[in-house]
Ligand binder design. Structure first.
Ligand SMILES: [Zn+2]
Length: 343
């Protein structure tokens, strides 16, 4: 199959007018430059690098509560609501969030999954009928990590995580951990675990930035979540200078898991250029989870987002990368391609 339009090719999103050819195995076979009639814009489908979709039953609960009152275990509002819901209800709500992610152009999410082995199985059940890849960064036992795709630690002030880190390394799976969300106290102990990535890093001190740089630890930032919980904003430009940054929408309780919204907020809150933000929303998340998509290049799996460049919203935009990052939305989507299938 093939799709035509303006293709944002490679990690630099070089705009090429022409066609993307997808082979029998659902991989990009070629990106060919030629004059075409289509006004579509073809970008890599998104990788949402940090979610908690388990709280999809609690959307817009807890307005005005602090971060601790909202999500701290065991008695934060989120955990009380989750305890009172049955499994079927929780899985159904997670499935709807995943379906929305798929419809809004997301190929994969890196989900920090609570609830041990049974929590990992709930996410797998929720994703079973969908194309989107829901990766479980499990919490709790080492068995949960084996059942899922990696380990997602709450934070280094909660526990030591040495055993979990070792087991994750032995299983050759990624280990991620929240760090520096409320203050700087858990950043060094998180880095001591040699994680594959950190999440948040709102409050790094100069020495932390230096360590992140020296030790080449990627960071996933979640700007809208940080705005809702009032913890501040990460020093995006300083982090981007030093390491690989990826983008996540965090708790469904707090935010719609739309990468368009996350990109637009970040673009307008920060000095980061649009192409860097689009890399954060695509290939950088794919790099962290070792996924074979996230960039349009021959040999990569074809997970593509086809936007109508002539929609009432996007018509006449002078710069396709800026238009995708700062202006486009779910209504501009013509199609999401998942290998050989599409929605
Ligand atoms: Zn989180």
């Amino acid at each position: 199959m093939e799709r035509t339009g303006t293709i944002l090719r490679g990690r630099e999103f070089e705009p090429i007018e022409g066609r993307v050819v997808v082979d029998e195995d659902g991989r990009v076979e070629a990106v060919e430059a030629e004059s075409v009639d289509s006004t579509d814009i073809i970008v890599p489908a998104f990788v949402n690098a940090h979610t908690h979709i388990g709280d999809s039953i609690a959307k817009e609960a807890g307005g005005g509560l602090s971060l601790e009152e909202l999500v701290a275990p065991p008695d934060g509002l989120k955990h009380r609501l989750l305890r009172n819901a049955d499994r079927e209800e929780l899985v159904a709500a997670m499935e709807r969030s995943l379906r929305f992610m798929q419809q809004s152009g997301t190929a994969a999410c890196l989900d920090f999954r609570e609830g041990d082995v049974s929590g990992v199985r709930m996410l797998a059940d929720a994703a079973a009928g969908l194309e989107v890849d829901a990766l479980s960064f499990a919490r709790g036992s080492v068995d949960a990590m084996h059942e899922g795709d990696g380990f997602g630690a709450s934070g280094a002030n909660d526990d030591e995580f040495g055993r979990e880190r070792t087991a994750t390394r032995e299983a050759d799976k990624p280990f991620g951990i929240h760090a520096g969300e409320v203050d700087a106290s858990d950043i060094d102990p998180a880095l001591d675990l040699e994680p594959d990535f950190l999440v948040h890093v709102v409050h790094p001190e100069p020495a932390h930035l230096e360590r992140i740089d020296d030790e080449a630890v990627p960071v996933v930032v979640c700007p809208r979540s940080n705005l809702v919980t009032g913890v501040g904003l990460s020093p995006y430009a300083e982090l981007a200078e030093r390491t690989t940054l990826a983008l996540g929408t965090d708790n469904v309780m707090l935010n719609s898991p739309s990468m368009f919204r996350e990109m637009e907020f970040l673009a307008k809150l920060s000095e980061l250029p649009a192409d860097e933000i689009l890399r954060m929303a695509t290939v950088h998340g794919a790099d962290i989870a070792d996924l074979e998509y996230g960039v349009i290049e021959p040999g990569r799996e074809a997970r593509l987002l086809v936007l109508d460049g002539d929609s009432d919203n996007l018509a006449g935009a002078r710069d396709p990368v800026r238009a995708v990052v700062r202006r486009a939305g779910v209504d501009d989507i013509r199609e999401v391609v998942f290998g050989r299938t599409s929605t």
